[in-house]
Design a protein around this ligand. Structure first.
Ligand code: ADP
Length: 273
């Protein structure tokens, strides 16, 4: 009957459509893999020449006084050096993105003093702030317990959060605080910058996500920083969240496990008293 033939025709069309959707998704997956491999390989290849540029400009700048390089040349060298460093950070972000995606990132954990890590990062920003009117402060208590983390990765997490805070604050304050909460330490990076709209907050932790193209163009960036930051925090069994209000500022809070070694040391100190 007609209905029977129609049913067979429809089922053929649907099964073909299903097969082609399946084929398409396999194709998309292999294209996605190809994209990641291309990104990872190109980034890796870019690292060596970039390190050459950074190394040579740095050594020229260091010796600038001795070989009497004119001020204008020195200024240009500084631009070359900082541009190469920015490019190098970008390349490293892409490499980290690919390592994290393929679960290929190893942590080398040890007990770390949070105050030392934060102080050294704030110093870098204070030195490179140029004409921005942003006050940076470390308000972490002296007696905060050591945390158990990979030093480079912890630096990267805090560097990304403080970097964003400074980037999105024209004038005002950026401060870092921390408090112990059981077996975790809660670390807060708060700024008085432009803020993030409530509907955007969830998306900022996704890869390649930027709140709005015009803001991103004004401030630069890849939209990888916070996605990498979140994944690095979670690799340490920590959590990260963001609270923000447009025009008031943003507050990023993340947790890191307390070092057991830290606990032992405090027990020893206490038993001595
Ligand atoms: P990017 O490299 O573009 O800065 P991120 O992943 O670090 O990428 O951040 C994603 C987006 O989240 C940013 O483009 C910005 O729109 C928003 N954002 C992140 N941190 C802040 C902040 N402290 N204040 C305001 N907006 C922020």
């Amino acid at each position: 009957s007609f209905a029977f033939i129609l049913a067979i025709m429809l089922s053929k069309i649907f099964s073909n459509a299903f097969v082609s959707v399946e084929n398409l998704s396999i194709k998309l997956m292999s294209l996605d893999k190809l994209k990641d491999e291309f990104l990872a390989n190109t980034s890796h290849e870019l690292r060596t020449p970039l390190n050459g540029i950074i190394g040579i400009t740095e050594s020229l700048l260091e010796g600038a006084a001795a070989i009497e390089i004119p001020l204008s040349v020195k200024k240009n060298l500084t631009v070359v050096s900082s541009s190469a460093k920015r490019l190098s950070n970008l390349v490293n972000d892409i490499l980290d993105y690919s390592k994290l995606k393929h679960r290929d990132l190893q942590l080398n954990r040890k007990a770390l003093n949070l105050n030392e890590v934060v102080d050294s990062i704030l110093m870098v920003f204070k030195m490179s702030m140029e004409d921005k009117q942003v006050i940076l402060s470390n308000e972490i208590p002296e007696n905060i317990p050591d945390i158990y983390a990979d030093e480079d990765r912890l630096q990267q997490i805090i560097y990304n959060l403080v970097g964003n805070a400074v980037k999105f604050t024209e004038s005002g304050e950026v401060n870092v605080r921390a408090q112990a909460k059981g077996s975790f330490v809660e670390i807060i990076v708060e700024d008085t910058g432009i803020g993030i709209a409530p509907e955007e907050i969830e998306d900022i932790f996704k890869s390649f996500e930027q709140v709005d193209a015009s803001v991103a163009r004004q401030y630069g960036g890849t939209g990888l920083g916070l996605s990498i930051t979140k994944q690095l925090v979670e690799l340490h069994n920590g959590r990260i969240k963001c609270e923000s209000e447009i025009g008031i500022g943003s507050k990023f809070t993340f947790t890191m496990p307390v070092s057991l070694e830290g606990y032992d040391k405090r027990a020893v100190t206490r038993s001595k008293l």
